[in-house]
Design a binder for this molecule. Sequence first.
Ligand SMILES: Cc1cc2nc3c(=O)[nH]c(=O)nc-3n(C[C@H](O)[C@H](O)[C@H](O)COP(=O)(O)OP(=O)(O)OC[C@H]3O[C@@H](n4cnc5c(N)ncnc54)[C@H](O)[C@@H]3O)c2cc1C
Length: 641
Amino acid sequence: MSFFEDNADLRFYVERAIPWNEIFEAMAYRGRERAFANVDEASEFYRQVAGTLGELAAKELAPRVARIDREGARLENGEVTDSPELVKAFEAFRAADLHRMCLPAELGGLEVPLIVYFLGGEMIARADVSAMTHYSFHGGMGLAMVAYSIQEGTTEFREGGGFVTTRFRGYVDEIARGAAWGSMDITEPNAGSDMAQLRTKAEQDADGTWRITGQKIFITSGHGKYHFVVARTEEAARADDPFAGLGGLSMFLAKAYDDLPNGQRQRHVVIERLEEKLGHHGSATCALRFESTPAELIGKRGEGFRYMLMLMNNARVGVGFEGIGLAEAAMRMARAYAEERRTMGKPIARHEMIADYLDEMEIDILALRALAVTAAVHEELGQKREVMERHGGLEGAARAELAKKVRHHKRAARRLTPLLKYAATEKAVEIARRNMQIHGGVGYTREYGAEKLMRDALVMPVYEGTSQIQALMAMKDTLTGIMKRPRAFARKIAEARLAQMTSRDPLERRVAKLASISLSAQQFLLARTAKDKLKSLSDAPVSTWARALTKDWDPKRDFALAMLHAERLIRILADEAMAEILFEQSKKFPERRELCERWLERAEIRSRMLHEEITTTGDRLLAKLAKESASAASTLKDAAE
Ligand SMILES: Cc1cc2nc3c(=O)[nH]c(=O)nc-3n(C[C@H](O)[C@H](O)[C@H](O)COP(=O)(O)OP(=O)(O)OC[C@H]3O[C@@H](n4cnc5c(N)ncnc54)[C@H](O)[C@@H]3O)c2cc1C
């Protein structure tokens, strides 16, 4: 049994669709002896690693999941103990050397591309998403340390390529051996989505050591040794600037404890509490206290938000794959039960409504995986080619060409990542819920595990940036992108119309039609935003208009309608992106044409409905909100007087 071998779609990507050539070439910057003679040898090895991950997920983790879910983690005498079954499963991952799989060879790694790690994430999450969350804070942390060190310029590169050493080498070694893991400490009691409110402080003492003081909550794998901590080092320059708060944050690496030669553990970070959660029981979620905890500054003061985003972009792609893994588990469970359970003379899988559910689950997962793989490949090529561009010894036109490719990958990854995080995690919830429904009464009991998938799925649209935050990001990027490049937007509209009317391929006409619906929704929101902005300027002096229209955009005030419809917009954007990707695939692999048709059958109707909602609703609620804020402002004014 292997979660790789039994999944034809995963094998399609690994064996045929992932551009191994490009990824392999993007790793050539190190200019050292290559581990593989050519890309065929390398991709054969990558396939083996994917196979190993699939086997371990199916054989070592999946059989233990019910016990891991029952036992969970425990906090005793200030230390957290993981479920013994989880520890055994992790021992198998460690023995297969998987915590070092993506690290560079210079650091004892296996140089496996990130995309294999992400696909492994899907397979492990298919067994248990909470175990996957914990797993991601092992090798993923080591990789983040290397990436941060390269970014801040403390990784030393050899003349002509190849790197010599990196800042956190000792920690990375420990993680690669499976002797330690880490965590990402951002959230605080009064600061989750609103990171500008973070209050944990870092100050330098007389000898220059940074010390962190404050409380962090909801920290996944917070019982680990190495903590990336976002803390405030600067006070906001101006209280009314919504971004000043983010500019005052810096990134740190803090060691939570030292194990002393006498066998005692000396803690620098206190574990105050383990959260009692609805699900996700294999993953310890900790509340932590920092009391003058020594820490190392990463990058420069004030760059904390930027460094956090670097890690979070990767993590969001990872969570997208995890959502797909959980959805795959729910779909398979639903299908098996629907085939076995009979009502009114036939298996419930043959009842039309249930057949429709199963059909939709399947096409949703296939489309999401296409989106996820595309986003991940752009993310990986963007990162690797950037390092090659900066440190590969290239000059002139070759370097400029590579820089152009880096910009292309980064733009694509930035566009697709929130769509993936949003769509995959929301679908995981929907599919888990339908799986429960298909199970009828037993779905509500523990017998089949359908309720466990539901409990585990519900957290996915919350962590690593909620669905609403993904929607706001996608909306803001889309609309400001149009404002910056209006001609490119007009060209897109014209191209979509032309393809819709003149393409000989009916599938291309349908994909273009979907793009037109999406572009029309974007145009509507932008036009309304501009109209409202002009209206707000009617009482302002004309001399201030130029600045107000080009520079002074306040997202909270000027984008009200767009914010109201941001979730509808992200759903259209995700549907459009998946149609586009499946269509591109179908040109190369004609047997996938049917998938694109099946996807469009549902996405077209959904997008038309969302477009209708965006263009016809919202004014009543906005008027009510405006009235409420006006009355709150006047109450404040009265109180001040
Ligand atoms: C199991 C688990 C593991 C976690 N792991 C980690 C971790 O490892 N490290 C870490 O730092 N954090 C972690 N978190 C915290 C998580 O990232 C936050 O819970 C999340 O960012 C939301 O923050 P919040 O809970 O403060 O909710 P809030 O920010 O208070 O949001 C509440 C609701 O309001 C919505 N909302 C907020 N602002 C807006 C807006 N402007 N427009 C529209 N809607 C809005 C949100 O989408 C949400 O639905 C974890 C949480 C859980 C539950």
